[in-house]
Design a binder for this molecule. Structure first.
Ligand SMILES: [Fe+2]
Ligand SMILES: [Fe+2]
Length: 164
């Protein structure tokens, strides 16, 4: 990538990592749903999968709002999260442990997204990119809500796993 000399270039250099991640999470959540037994966790992930598809189009719109074409770059944080989710999945020998693992990894993904959006929103605010800010805030709200729901569902799922 070319050397960034302005905040706008820095912002545009980071955005492709998050678009990559949102696209990858659509793929990953689609795959994970098949492994979930707990109906609340399953319904929650199905709902967030639909939201994640909207996150992709919102982020594409951020590029368009700046007169740019959407671009992706492989995000090492996202790939690390996907790898740890999938390798753990193979190691879990019961439904309860698998659900606890998926719920925990899903919460990690949300927290990564929350951190990424907060950082990018702060930069877009500094740059006066009103449309980009409002689009990314919509995504951030979904991530925050999902993280909260995953965290409040965790104790009951973990109790199930602990009782075995
Ligand atoms: Fe997202
Ligand atoms: Fe998310």
């Amino acid at each position: 990538m070319a050397t960034a000399t302005t905040l706008q270039e820095k912002f545009l250099g980071q955005l492709p990592f998050l678009l990559f991640s949102e696209q990858k999470f659509v793929e990953e959540q689609t795959k994970l749903i098949a492994y979930i037994s707990d109906p609340t966790l399953k319904a929650g992930m199905q709902k967030h999968l639909e939201e994640t598809k909207k996150h992709v189009t919102n982020l594409e719109q951020v590029f368009f709002s700046m007169g740019k074409k959407p671009e992706t770059k492989e995000c090492p944080i996202c790939m690390g999260l996907v790898k740890s989710t999938e390798s753990g999945l193979k190691e879990m020998g019961t439904d309860a442990l698998r659900d606890a693992h998926i719920g925990g990894e899903a919460a990690l993904m949300e927290h990564y997204e929350i951190g990424a959006y907060r950082g990018l929103i702060a930069q877009a605010e500094a740059l006066g990119l009103t449309e980009a800010v409002s689009l990314m805030k919509q995504n951030l709200q979904d991530e925050e809500k999902t993280a909260q729901q995953l965290e409040s569902a965790a104790p009951m799922m973990l109790q199930k796993a602990a009782a075995m």
